[in-house]
Ligand binder design. Sequence first.
Ligand code: 4AD
Length: 453
Amino acid sequence: MRSLIKHILRHTEPAADLQVAGWVRTRRDSKAFSFLELNDGSCLGNLQIIADAGIPGYDEIVRMTTGASIEAHGKLIHSPAAGQQWELQATSIKLIGEAPDDYPLQKKGHSAEFLRTIAHLRPRTNLYGAVFRTRSRMAYAIHRFFQERDFCYVHTPIITASDCEGAGEMFRVTTLPDDQIAQETRDFFGKRTYLTVSGQLEGETFACALSNIYTFGPTFRAENSNTSRHAAEFWMIEPEVAFCDLTGDMDLAETLVKFLVREMLDHHDGDLAIFGKFVDKGLHERLEFVASRPFERIPYTQAVELLKASGAEFAYPVAYGLNLQSEHERWLTEEYFKKPVTVFNYPIEIKPFYMRRNDDDLTVTAMDVLVPGIGEIIGGSQREERLDVLMANFAKHGLDAEAYNWYVDLRRYGSVPHAGFGLGFERLLMFLTGMANIRDVIPFARTPGHCEF
Ligand code: 4AD
């Protein structure tokens, strides 16, 4: 059976009769033999294959060019070459699929922009292979974190009739023909429906029954923010915990981020090195720093005061009642505290209806976790569990309480204090890899004006 190169490179002893398959990175020929560097995507490393002229399949060697797929059988032997422990002395070699001269990944050092135009081929590069293996490992680590702590994984719906954030940035889902688009009652679901912006509201219903839950799935936002940190389709991790307050929520968020950073440092299969080398030289040091120190926690009011007194030139104004912009978040984390910062207790006016009102009547129990290099990666809150206050919030935000009737029922029957947050999976990956653009940590990114592949 075929062995993955990842496993072969971990061998501790020579082996006979191995079978490998992958894509040729480079080939060098001499009179009596050829060297092929083979990569199968299972890890960063390549396996060097030595194919002596005359072995079965060698007559096709000239077609085994960069990008071609091949299979080889042979013996694993110690390599005399520097920088590699093993090489495969082939006993036979076979061309599976050739890659003609127009194979786009011939040369090294393509720009991120160019590689986005060939997103179907970019996982074959060293850097993007590492990015997407990291994405997979981190998804697994997230499930492990919650499963080991007895959180129940809830699959919240992707099609929904309610706007969780109350911000109206939703993609509509409809089967109505163009000329009947306004006739909502005749639509597939008999009402207006959308792609979800967050699984939180449905998640809350399960937390108010199963205590500790999390969701982890795709979310969609039709916000026209063409920034390096916004995508129209992204994945969110949303834990929700019953009998929990804002402090418990901030503690959980910090523990989760630290766990994932530690996971990245300890289980990267060599991929971390490439991020440190080609993307962000200070990455390793920064991750170690984040994993080992407490995050700063400050109220929003204090954050605004610090920013106002900073003397820094910001493009966006800083004032109480305005949202913090990415440049403000980055100043707090990179310039001032030099570590992640959790900002909490935001003004009521700039946060959604579901956040719990504080006794000052001016702020809500919101919290955002900000990290160096990215800004906000987590947004969360303690939820408003008091029926009368929640109803007043709907009115204040101009929302129809009737549409949220099922959500309101949670406050009618056995209401409990509860809290949760959303961690943007792609923002987390940017933080862990140093990749500067969200499009480069998503296999096939969807952003305003772009829905290729
Ligand atoms: O702060 P947000 O909007 O919070 C919510 O959706 C809550 N319902 C979560 C909850 O309490 N259960 O989004 C949470 C996180 C952000 O901090 C950010 O990391 C990510 O989701 N995010 C985006 N990531 C990529 N592209 C976008 N357009 C994003 N919008 C939010």
